[in-house]
Design a protein. Sequence first.
Length: 183
Amino acid sequence: MILPITQYGDPVLRKVCTPITPEYPELKKLIDDMFETMYNASGVGLAAPQVGLTIRMFVVDAEPMDEENLKGFKKVFINAQIIEEKGNKWAYNEGCLSIPGIREDVNRKEEITIEYVDENFEPHKEVYNGKLARVIQHEYDHIEGKLFVDYLSGLKREMLKGRLSDITKGRADVDYKIRLPRR
Ligand code: NI
């Protein structure tokens, strides 16, 4: 089932999310729905707050990034904690399904170490770098209540103010189902 994607200005995108247990109701269905919602919107990652839930979960499928080493990288990250970020900061043009139509360069460190459990609650500790780290850092931010526009300079944010306000009001051009902030 395709779920509506929450949009910039929705308070749910600003919540620090909480861990879940294997007893979380209908978890398998939620994971399937999140992948379906992400594919439908042509995204490479989707976090729970983007479907209105304040739980520590996000899904990633890097296949559309069209790079050999990213083929078949499809994962569910539950209760994730980034325990280390290192390396030089590099700029990458980020976008977000909750902030449609806006893409900006964001600087982040190149390598992360992350601990999480998968959909079977098996624990993992993995190191990622480059674009894969980037996607995970972006999604991880969502479960910490952060958005990529938070990294932009004050001047840049000021310039985007009108467009961000349009998104909040549902005036952005999107071709997937959205949920506007309650007013
Ligand atoms: Ni996003």
